[in-house]
Every structure is written in structure tokens, then in C-alpha cells.
Design a protein around this ligand. Structure first.
Ligand code: ZN
Ligand code: ZN
Length: 396
């Protein structure tokens, strides 16, 4: 597949040598995280750097989204590389020198790292231009609220900046440092949200017989929900039902009127997704009714599973093996049950979503999470080599 890969920029050594400013940039972004939809400063930094390096830059796409485009040679092919750059509403607890300076906001998913990686690649690609075609760098805001990808697509990124394939990566704690998870097919789950209001009849905590206690009904409903995955979902399929939030009542001696809960449903196939969306409300309604309460339910469709296309996934795998050796790609890597709005981009264009391990440490979205800067240079080299190979080599 890579036989025609004759001229490349030998990115590994050069990027590793010049990584210091991108490490500093990563830490600056970490100190100054911005919540989904408010990424003004970060977008400004990205756009400024890309312009300095000679990219044609478009800003304000789907909120604070930035696209940088660069062409070299006569080639007509184009590749999209996407990084996300929003942070989370989490109070950082790492105690690092470069910890967040914004109370209650933290880059706890490593999107500061994804941005620094793609910028390091962008810098190298612009300096060496050892490709034949067009590189389209997609810097996406608002990933954590599942809004950015859709907003950028709605504002026409793939028609204004056409790409033959689009790729993205995510760092992954708990996977060996610098090793890759690259799979064809579904790699991240679909996610849907269920909002529940369980309505009973409030009253005095001393006279439950005069009330309909929504707290007791909610407790039974949540216990019963566990049977959806255990008894309804095909045992060969993967599904997750999580009640992530529950609120009811305000005093120990008062039976409240209502209990509010928020759930997420995750799945990898349309059939399981539909099953969860049917069975979860059915159980909530049925149990509530059994207790004389009423369940008001809204199912808010989130986004589809991230499904990698076979060709682009195979190419990415090949590039990782070439760059980092036979051990670099994890043989038994399994899909993750987290979700990603990059799913929408893969519904628009062929492409693949890749994982790179960051070694031991706290998981994503933890206040203790630490991005591992050791992956900056190799991941940037991977983007460069993937772009060069896709555009220059016989990479289909
Ligand atoms: Zn995240
Ligand atoms: Zn993330």
C-alpha cells in the first residue's frame, strides 16, 4: 500500500527536536481552558499560528471553529485532520504547575493536547510541504456538549473545504503510552439522553399513606432499569444504561412532589439503540405507574456511533506500523463505550477515529486527569506521515 511513499519529510526526528514550543503551548491552553461554545481565546491562538505559517484560515465556523487549508504540488486529493479544543466544567485537582487558572473549568479530556498535536503537525507540514494535494485542518469547538461537529457541518465545512477522508484521534489513559488503537467499524458508542420527571403526591413525612412517594418509586424504577441490559439486550451486544443524576426532595421529613433524573443510553448498533430507547422509558413508566406515580419522559437523541471506514482505518494502521514498529498498534484493542460527535463527520465523509495511549493515570473527565506530553511529538509525526501518505502515496 505504501510502495509509492518515496519522498517524505522524515517527521519524527524533526518534530521531536522542535516540540518545546508546542509543549509550552499545550500547557498555556491547559492553564486557560474554555468551556464548550466559549473557546474564543483558544480559537484566536490557533488561527493566528496557522496564518503565520501560511495557511488559508477561516474562523467562526459553527461557533469558534477554525479551518486551516494548505496546498502543495499539483495533486487534487485532500485530507481532513480534526482536533477538538474545548474544556469541561470540572475543578482541577492535579496540583500541577500548569493547572487550570479558571475556577471550575479544566482540560480534563486532553483537548489541549489534541490541539497542540495538530498544530505541531501543521507547523511541520507547512515548513516541509512534502505532500501533493491539500491538507484541511479542522479545529472543532464544543465537542463535550456534542454540538461542534454538527454545527461545523451545518455551516458547510465539507462543501467549502472538500476532503476525500477525515481523521481524528483521542488520547487514552490506561492504554500503554504511545501505542495505538486503530480498528475498522464501530469504535465508540452512540449516545442518547433520557430526562425523567417522576411525579407523585407530596406530603408530610409522618403520613406517607396520604402521599404518592416519588422517591420510593424512583428507587424501584432505577433498580428495575438494570434488567434492560441484563435481560433485553442481546448478550453479544454492548449497551450501557447510566443514571448520572437524580434529584428529589429538600428535607428529611417531607415527601416531595417530584424526582428528576437524567440518564444516558449507549450502544453500537441501530437495533440496540432503538431497543434501549424503547425499553428504558417503558420500564420507567411501568414501575412509576405501579407505585401510583407518573413518569414524564423525554428521549433526546444524541449522536450515532463512531464507525470507522475500512480503507482509511487500514491506512492509518499501516502508517502507525511503519512509523513506530510492529508493537505500536494494539492487536486486541476494543471499541470504547464513550461517545464522540466526530461520528457526524464520519457520516459525511470516509475516515477513521484513532486512539493513542497515554500510559497509567487518572481517566478522562477526572479532576486528577493529566495529559501525557510524551505523546505530543509522536502523534504529530503520525498526522504528518498520514497526510503525506494519503496525499502522495497510493493510499486508497
Ligand atoms: Zn471528553
Ligand atoms: Zn475528549
Amino acid at each position: 500500500m505504501l510502495d509509492r511513499l518515496t519522498h517524505t519529510s522524515d517527521p519524527e526526528a524533526a518534530i521531536a527536536e522542535g516540540i518545546a514550543p508546542f509543549l509550552a503551548l499545550r500547557r498555556d491552553l491547559h492553564r486557560n481552558p474554555e468551556l464548550s461554545g466559549s473557546e474564543r481565546r483558544t480559537a484566536g491562538i490557533i488561527a493566528g499560528l496557522l496564518r503565520d505559517w501560511g495557511y488559508e484560515v477561516t474562523t467562526g465556523i459553527g461557533g469558534h471553529g477554525v479551518v486551516g487549508r494548505l496546498s502543495a504540488g499539483e495533486g487534487t486529493r485532500s485530507i481532513g485532520l480534526r482536533a477538538d479544543f474545548d474544556a469541561l466544567p470540572i475543578e482541577e485537582a492535579t496540583g500541577l504547575d500548569h493547572a487550570s487558572q479558571v475556577p471550575g473549568v479544566m482540560h480534563a479530556c486532553g483537548h489541549d493536547g489534541h490541539t497542540a498535536i495538530l498544530l505541531a503537525a501543521a507547523h511541520h507540514l507547512a515548513k516541509t510541504r512534502a505532500f501533493d494535494g491539500t491538507v484541511v485542518l479542522i479545529f472543532q469547538p464544543a465537542e463535550e456538549i456534542g454540538a461542534g461537529a454538527k454545527a461545523m457541518i451545518a455551516e458547510g465545512i465539507f462543501t467549502r473545504f472538500p476532503v476525500d477522508a477525515v481523521f481524528a484521534l483521542h488520547n487514552w489513559p490506561g492504554v500503554a503510552e504511545g501505542r495505538w488503537g486503530i480498528l475498522p467499524g464501530p469504535v465508540m458508542a452512540a449516545i442518547d439522553q433520557v430526562n425523567l420527571t417522576l411525579r407523585g403526591k407530596g406530603g408530610h413525612g409522618a403520613a406517607p399513606q396520604e402521599t404518592v412517594d416519588p422517591i420510593v418509586a424512583a428507587a424501584h424504577a432505577i433498580a428495575a432499569l438494570q434488567s434492560v441490559v441484563a435481560r433485553n439486550v442481546d448478550p453479544q451486544e454492548t449497551a450501557v444504561v447510566t443514571v448520572g443524576s437524580i434529584h428529589g426532595g429538600s428535607a428529611s421529613n417531607v415527601i416531595p412532589e417530584t424526582v428528576e433524573a437524567r440518564l444516558t443510553l449507549r450502544s453500537f448498533t441501530p437495533a440496540t439503540r432503538a431497543l434501549l430507547a424503547e425499553r428504558v422509558p417503558a420500564i420507567l413508566r411501568g414501575v412509576a405507574e405501579g407505585f401510583g406515580a407518573r413518569a414524564e419522559i423525554t428521549v433526546k437523541p444524541g449522536f450515532p456511533p463512531v464507525v470507522n471506514h475500512a480503507g482509511p482505518a487500514a491506512l492509518a494502521r499501516e502508517v502507525a506500523l511503519r512509523l513506530f514498529g510492529a508493537e505500536a498498534v494494539i492487536a486486541d484493542f476494543r471499541p470504547r463505550t464513550a461517545s464522540e460527535d466526530f461520528a457526524w463527520m464520519l457520516e459525511e465523509r470516509p475516515g477513521a477515529y484513532l486512539f493513542i495511549g497515554t500510559g497509567p493515570g487518572a481517566p478522562l473527565h477526572s479532576p486528577e486527569y493529566r495529559f501525557n506530553d510524551a505523546i505530543l511529538a509522536p502523534a504529530a509525526a503520525f498526522w504528518v506521515r498520514l497526510a503525506e501518505t494519503f496525499l502522495t502515496g497510493d493510499a486508497r
